[in-house]
Design a protein around this ligand. Structure first.
Ligand code: IFM
Length: 446
């Protein structure tokens, strides 16, 4: 780093005058990532484990109409029993890290009662990753609430944070020696939208005031979990890395000439992407970015319940779920979060694409953007693809196929998709090999 003065007007937090992190590569060399970069895939407990009957999603799924394709999680990927097989696949595909979540309702099935068998299960799971030389990232809360906690009012209950922190302290003591990176909570803004605004996830509420209350609670829950993890685990001779996974949405005005659209881009960016961090300042050791969404925003004064805007994706390449595919946007997402001057980890990025026609190109395109962000000086430590295996996509059921590895849920047969091999080559190289760029074009775009 140098003492050269900052260039006025450049993005805050990025030192563009520093030497680039690596020499400019020859055209035919791979686009190399920093050594020690984490290459992995991510899952969450309820989406893959199977047999989760003690959380609020189990009850929610039983009600006809709640899950679009009529499915229930049931055995899901049977990951609870097949984790070794799937970790073998991940390691065989040269992944050196893995992100998973703990199922709170297994560990604390009734208020204040800890199930030590389940703790042992998660110890075995994490040890299985260690045995394969993989770095572990654990999410403490990924959308599902124990039924007893939901029955008390979920995050709206006055003691919610206290109860969550008690669980955090318990898992820190029991599993802390096996965890390299912690995510306290996953995608709070998505949870708020789905559970308290649109109401398609439990508890099925559509109320902006209640949503705001839960938003503040989740920020508090994160801050207190951060402090608890450090209190319990600091001083044990290993760095304690605590963050959360934020669903970062990139926005642009639908009508470029419209001031109202542009204002809503600013507003939406602040609300969705940054508000949580403003409430939890100094309580992050890294920033986790989950990137899926690029929204072209149109201001519509009559849409009160949708905060006065519409999202447009017409004439854009879309996933099987109708989400716009915009891998270039990950650069904007990273630069927006670089202002916090903390290491960044891409904690999720993926696409629902059953026939795998779009996923390989999307991975290469996004990773080239990550590469460029690193060369622009951002400290990015890893990339976790969502997901390792097809799984239960919440209210969409099993129809959203996000896996590098396809799963036949009737037989539990795993079949790696072409994208699994493409990603494996990138993981093995620790960079994007030139022949992949030749195949997609150097300025990989849609
Ligand atoms: O499946 C979800 C995951 O639970 C959270 N992040 C987005 C994924 C795809 O929608």
């Amino acid at each position: 780093m140098t003492d050269k003065p900052a260039i006025p007007g450049r993005l805050e937090g990025l030192d563009y005058l520093s030497e680039l992190p690596q020499p400019r590569p020859h055209n035919h060399e791979p686009r190399m990532f920093p050594s020690g970069f984490l290459w992995g895939a991510a899952t969450s407990s309820h989406q893959v484990e199977g047999g989760n009957t003690k959380n609020d999603w189990y009850r929610w799924e039983q009600v006809p109409g709640h899950i679009v394709d009529g499915s229930v999680t049931g055995a899901a990927d049977d990951e609870y029993n097949r984790y070794e097989q799937d970790f073998d696949l991940a390691a065989g595909f040269h992944q050196n890290a893995h992100r998973l979540s703990l199922e709170w309702s297994r560990i604390e099935p009734a208020e204040g009662q800890w199930d030590m068998e389940e703790v042992l299960h998660y110890r075995r799971v994490l040890e299985a990753l260690r045995a394969r030389g993989m770095t572990t990232m654990v999410t403490i809360w990924h959308f599902t609430l124990p039924q007893w906690f939901a029955d008390r009012g979920g995050w709206e209950e006055r003691d919610a944070v206290k109860l969550f922190v008690r669980y955090v302290e318990f898992v820190a003591r029991e599993l802390g020696d096996l965890v390299d990176f912690w995510n306290t909570v996953n995608e709070p803004t998505i949870y708020l939208g789905q559970s308290y605004s649109i109401g398609v996830w439990p508890p099925g509420v559509s109320n902006q005031f209640r949503m705001l209350r839960v938003f503040r609670r989740l920020a508090k829950a994160h801050s207190m979990a951060y402090e608890t993890l450090h209190r319990v685990l600091d001083g044990r001779g290993r760095p304690v890395m605590v963050g959360m996974a934020q669903n970062v949405i990139t926005f642009e005005p639908y009508r470029k000439e419209s001031m109202a659209d542009s204002y809503f881009v600013w507003f939406a960016d602040r609300l969705f992407n940054h508000q949580f961090f403003l409430w939890t300042k100094k309580r992050h050791d890294f920033i986790g970015i989950n990137y899926y969404f690029h929204y072209r925003i149109k201001y519509v004064p009559t849409k009160f319940t949708q905060f006065f805007y519409e999202v447009h994706a017409e004439n854009r390449t879309q996933s099987d779920l109708g989400w716009e595919i915009n891998p270039q946007g990950i650069f904007q997402a990273i630069m927006g979060m670089a202002r916090y001057k903390l290491p960044i980890i891409i904690t999720e990025h993926g696409v629902a694409n059953a026939d795998d026609s779009k996923r390989p190109r999307m991975i290469i395109a996004a990773l080239m953007e990550v590469y460029h962000a690193i060369r622009a000086g951002v400290d990015i430590r890893g990339y976790f693809h969502w997901s390792l295996v097809d799984n239960f996509e919440w209210e969409k059921g099993f129809s959203g196929r996000f896996g590098l590895i396809a799963v036949d849920f009737a037989t539990q047969k795993r079949t790696p998709r072409r994208s699994a091999y493409v990603y494996a080559e990138i993981c093995e190289t620790n960079g994007v090999p030139h022949h992949l760029l030749r195949f997609t074009g150097h300025g990989v775009r849609w």
